[in-house]
Design a protein around this ligand. Structure first.
Ligand SMILES: NC(=O)c1ccc[n+]([C@@H]2O[C@H](COP(=O)([O-])OP(=O)(O)OC[C@H]3O[C@@H](n4cnc5c(N)ncnc54)[C@H](OP(=O)(O)O)[C@@H]3O)[C@@H](O)[C@H]2O)c1
Length: 321
């Protein structure tokens, strides 16, 4: 089968398109023939050797796929050959075929295009876990960083499903449009040098929850407007800067900072993740959530797609098809 291979730690330009043997579906796994792949920010970290997962070289990156089940391993439950599915895989997705544990595989309705399905499991799975971790409830104010990014835009949509008030932090006008289309109530610019004042201007009484896939200045500025009892959920550091924190601030304002990892939860608590899929798939089927596709590119253009992501030029998800 065709596969993009990471032969050495580095950037998108060092990936090589070549051939690999087909993977084999083991216990509790299915083989998926891939129709489309979601291009993730974490792929950049994975191929550079800076991700929490460091596979042996060479390996095939790619963590979000859509396609059809073409083989079923023993103990794979109700999945059958021909099922249309999307899946999260630790890596291996940028290939003609991949295997995935069934707890990370979501049945996809025939009405949903493969490109949208490929932008679904990681974004919405991560967003749902993060909002649950924050215990975000109706009427609360949530600030979402990178709100037009793949995970950020999913957070905006799912926060609106919870009837929260969403302040979306985005970098340009195209991203503003995406965040508004996802239902954001207020927009603030991630390029502003007075982010905390801009948030305060939008929501004078402060903020209950911060969802942070960005880190750096976003974390520091948004924390300044977090209310008594507020919660921050740390998802990642797209800015490349890992912030630090003086714990006295949490004490005097009775606040919490929580980490949320979709990938690790898939490994450590697969049943919790599997239990989320039916409702998320129903929201997808009924059009209550809609993955935002920024660009669709051929499979052969993975390096340039990753480069666009690195340069912050993507509003929503790039998909290879
Ligand atoms: N913990 C989890 O469960 C989990 C799951 C999936 C992903 N993640 C992490 O979440 C983050 C976002 O992933 P994603 O796939 O949604 O990525 P994405 O689509 O590229 O979105 C990232 C957003 O971060 C913002 N950003 C700010 N400074 C940036 C910079 N210097 N370079 C690039 N982007 C910058 C950009 O928004 P503006 O330009 O609009 O400011 C961009 O839209 C990554 O760190 C990823 O590793 C975590």
């Amino acid at each position: 089968m065709r596969a993009w291979k990471c032969m050495t730690w580095g950037g998108p330009g060092q990936l090589e398109l070549g051939n690999m043997p087909d993977p084999e579906a083991g216990d509790g796994q299915v083989e998926i023939t891939v129709k489309a792949c979601g291009v993730n920010f974490a792929d950049l970290l994975l191929i550079s050797g800076r991700y929490q997962v460091r596979p042996d070289l060479p390996f095939v990156p790619g963590m979000e796929v859509a396609g059809r089940v073409t083989r079923v391993g023993p103990g794979a439950g109700s999945f059958g050959v021909g099922d249309k599915v999307a899946a999260y895989v630790k890596y291996g997705g940028y290939a003609d075929k991949v295997v995935a544990p069934v707890t990370q595989v979501v049945p996809i309705p025939e009405s949903i295009p493969a490109s949208e399905a490929a932008a679904f499991p990681v974004s919405y799975g991560s967003a749902e876990l993060a909002l649950e971790r924050a215990e975000l409830s109706a009427g609360e104010v949530v600030v979402i960083g990178g709100a037009a990014g793949a995970v950020g835009s999913a957070c905006v949509e799912l926060a609106k499903q919870r009837d929260a008030i969403v302040v979306a932090c985005v970098g340009d006008e195209a991203k503003e449009k995406v965040a508004l289309a996802c239902g954001a109530d207020h927009i603030v610019s991630s390029r502003s040098r007075h982010l905390h004042e801009d948030i305060q201007h939008a929501v004078a009484d402060g903020v209950d929850v911060i969802i942070d896939p960005v880190g750096g200045g976003f974390f520091e500025e948004s924390l300044r407007v977090l209310r008594y009892g507020g919660r921050v959920v740390v998802l990642g550091f797209a800015s490349g800067k890992i912030p630090s924190l003086r714990l006295n601030q949490l004490l005097v304002k009775h606040q919490s900072v929580l980490g949320s990892s979709f990938g690790l939860t898939c490994a450590k608590n697969p049943d919790l993740v599997a239990a989320k899929w039916p409702r998320l798939a129903e929201l997808l089927e009924t059009g209550q959530i809609r993955p935002r596709i920024s660009h669709t590119r051929p499979f052969t253009e993975l390096p340039s797609a990753l480069q666009m992501l690195k340069e912050r030029k993507v509003a929503g998800r790039i998909v290879l098809s």
